[in-house]
Design a protein around this ligand. Structure first.
Ligand code: LLP
Length: 431
């Protein structure tokens, strides 16, 4: 089993100690389930490893874009880690969770004036500033509020993370950040330093997501620390924070590599200490922004099988009661997933089928070529593993399909943390 929180007993797949079939009986399907213990363990792993590797000032920021719901932000608050937010909506979610916004870092390559005002009114800790226009907009808003706003500058260090193009962000021609190579990173540093209501605290970079190159953070730190030292020499400004972004990959399938996050972070720590010694600068407070590797393996999606179609001599289809509306990742990225018929775990999987959704397009595929038991039929339960990240947060109402509920499974208790959408919810905005 690719995740520790999975088990098989008799015919059934268990997740976080619960029989998946019972969860569907109790809460309906499709259903997102989250394992609270796993979420906490993943948060703690980063917090502990980072402190050990970089010093006690270091901390992870949970990247809420991976799964932005109040229940997860509440855990982030309890575990005393920071968060990365990317919109007023994500800020509102953090506020509803009672998350202390001073520990929030506001990203986005295009924050609107309204976003900037909203974030500042709620005293967001940091803006991670993408470009020169944004420095000006923040200066203006901060001046009008009579405050000094902390910022980091997002830079592009010119690193190709060898992941899929849509999630690669650290290359010079990226839409994100200011490039070191073109001199724009230095320009924006000087601009930020010249502003009265802006407090430049450090720099940020993010090279990509679902990255398996184990030295990716070393390469990013190398480039960023050199820039830090160069800026100190040229401007006298010594950055106190360095944010290396998100990005350890997770295992969707047995064939995906295993990454030892703790070991990796410790290696980055050794490099950072060594490099800072070489450059003659103190080790800055390091931040990392894990999203996927905090929530992915803490999540599972359960569906009920509907139509099973066997096109003799061609192909088989197993249709489920959700689809690209709750998990668009195969349709978008061809992303692999491990899929089980969760109530027939002992049966031999002698048939191959595309597990597809209920939407009106052929691209509505959860996963092609899945090995399933010959007996698969209407009413069976399908479990798609590792769906905690970028599933609920990327869900849509295409075909006016309501979004599923999210249930959080605690050690002893469980509760619905996002209720299933109703038809009234779908029509709420229609005038
Ligand atoms: N920080 C920044 C600035 C980011 O842009 C991202 C992801 C993260 C942190 C978190 O990266 P993670 O630890 O989750 O890899 N929708 C795509 C993923 C897009 C990632 C965007 N940025 C997917 O479903 O694979």
């Amino acid at each position: 089993m690719i995740c520790k929180n999975l088990a098989v007993q008799g015919d059934d797949l268990f997740f976080a100690g619960r029989k998946t079939k019972d969860l569907v009986k109790k809460y309906g399907s499709p259903l997102y389930v989250l394992d609270e213990e796993r979420l906490r363990e993943n948060m703690r792993l980063y917090a502990r490893s980072m402190k050990q590797a970089f010093g006690k000032e270091a901390k992870p920021l949970y990247a809420g874009k991976a799964n932005c719901i109040t229940a997860i932000h509440r855990l982030a608050k309890e575990e005393k880690i920071g968060i990365d937010v990317v919109s007023s909506g994500e800020i509102a979610t953090a506020l509803k969770a009672g998350f202390p916004l001073k520990n929030a870092y506001f990203h986005s390559n295009n924050k609107t004036d309204e976003d900037i005002a909203f974030a500042m009114q709620h005293r967001i800790g940091y803006f991670v500033v993408d470009n020169a226009e944004e420095v000006e907009a923040i200066e203006k808003e901060a001046a009008s509020l009579g405050i000094r706003q902390k910022i980091l500058l997002r830079l592009t260090p010119g690193i190709d993370p060898h992941t899929y193009e849509a999630v690669s962000t650290g290359k010079v021609d990226s839409k994100f950040g200011s490039a070191i190579e073109t001199g724009q990173a230095e320009e924006i540093t000087r601009l930020a330093l010249s502003k009265e209501h802006v407090e430049l605290c450090g720099f940020h970079c993010h090279v990509g997501s679902q990255v398996f190159d184990s030295d990716i953070f070393v390469r990013a730190a190398d480039s960023m620390l050199s820039f830090l030292a160069e800026m100190r020499q040229k401007t006298g400004f010594l950055a106190g924070e360095l944010d290396l972004g998100g990005g350890y990959g997770v295992r969707y399938c047995e064939s995906d590599p295993v990454i030892d996050i703790e070991k990796n972070i410790l290696q980055v720590g050794e490099f950072v200490h060594e490099k800072c010694r070489e450059l003659g600068i103190p080790v800055p407070a390091i931040r990392m922004e894990p999203g996927r590797s905090i929530v992915a393996d803490a999540g599972l999606t359960l569906y009920t099988v509907g139509t099973v179609k066997r096109i003799r001599g061609y192909k088989n289809y197993v249709s489920v009661d959700g689809g690209m509306t709750d998990n668009p990742r195969y349709a978008l990225y061809g992303s692999p997933y491990t899929v089980y018929i969760a109530n027939k775990m002992q049966e031999e999987t002698t048939m191959t089928a595309d597990v597809v959704g209920r939407c009106c397009e052929s691209g509505d595929i959860i996963q092609p070529g899945v090995a399933v038991p010959e007996s698969v039929q209407r009413g069976d339960i399908v479990a798609v593993l590792t769906t905690g990240a970028y599933n609920y947060s990327m869900a849509s109402n295409y075909n006016r399909v309501p979004r599923p509920a999210v249930v959080m499974l605690g050690k002893d208790e469980e509760k619905i943390v996002v209720r299933r959408e109703t038809l009234e919810d779908l029509l709420r905005g229609d005038l």
